[in-house]
Design a protein around this ligand. Structure first.
Ligand code: DX5
Ligand code: ZN
Length: 221
């Protein structure tokens, strides 16, 4: 069973000179904030790191979901915790057996999740879902905001929904990349619980209205 739909903003395409203001404006309309940390190595882009998470922590009381697009994510766990992060998600593509990583995150008091890229089959994460608070299904190749949603990942969302429900797990299924009201609706139907929205929120002429439109699109029929 899907959980009530949750909405998160990705600030990757926000105006970094006005980050505090942008987050404050959106905060009442969000369930959590999705923070995209990149190292220029696992993905061909750099974004922001620990100091930005720490600054945002002082400006905002939302739950921080930290998506670590880095080659060596476990080396950041303690720093993410110290900066005020609540959850770390790491890519199965860099950490094929995440058992230790999950234990390390929990020992620090962090929630833990796995991320799966569009070309990676669901079977890569299935054996580890019982260790995860969240499964993040990427619906674009990671690295950049503003890309088009890849509809072929909907099958993976549906496979994850089926697996999680039949195993009696409560792992949250999050979808990230190219989310608009239309693609959010498709992902909700496939079984997603949490929706990460970057450009469609922060580049919208009226971000608050855009947040309402996405919420309306994922409202259960
Ligand atoms: C991509 C990031 C996403 C991205 C979402 O690597 O993980 O969180 O910023 O942005 P949009 O919604 O613009 O695809
Ligand atoms: Zn992300």
């Amino acid at each position: 069973m899907s959980q009530p739909a949750r909405l998160a903003a990705s600030i990757l395409n926000a105006d970094f000179a006005r980050l505090g203001e942008e987050v404050a404006r959106l905060e009442p309309h969000l369930d959590f904030l999705h923070l995209d940390v990149m190292d220029g190595h696992f993905v061909p882009n750099l974004s922001f790191g620990i100091p930005v998470i720490a600054s945002l922590r002082r400006a905002c009381s939302l739950y921080f979901d930290c998506h670590l697009m880095v080659t060596n994510p476990t080396s950041l766990f303690a720093k993410v915790k110290e900066a005020g992060g609540d959850m770390v998600t790491i890519h199965i593509e860099v950490w094929p057996d995440p058992t230790q990583a999950a234990a390390q995150a929990r020992a620090l008091g962090l929630d833990f999740g796995l991320v799966i890229n569009p070309p990676t089959p669901f079977g890569a994460v299935a054996p580890f879902l019982s260790l995860c608070d969240r499964l993040l299904v990427m619906s674009v190749d990671p690295g950049f905001g503003g890309q088009a949603f890849l509809p072929e990942v909907l099958e993976k969302v549906a496979a994850a929904r089926k697996f999680i429900d039949s195993a009696g797990l409560s792992t949250d299924i999050e979808i990230d990349g190219g989310i608009t009201p239309e693609t959010a609706r498709l992902a909700r139907r496939a079984g997603a619980d949490s929706f990460v929205v970057g450009s469609a929120l922060v580049r919208a002429p009226d971000p608050v209205r855009a947040a309402r439109e996405i919420r309306a699109a994922v409202k259960d029929e």
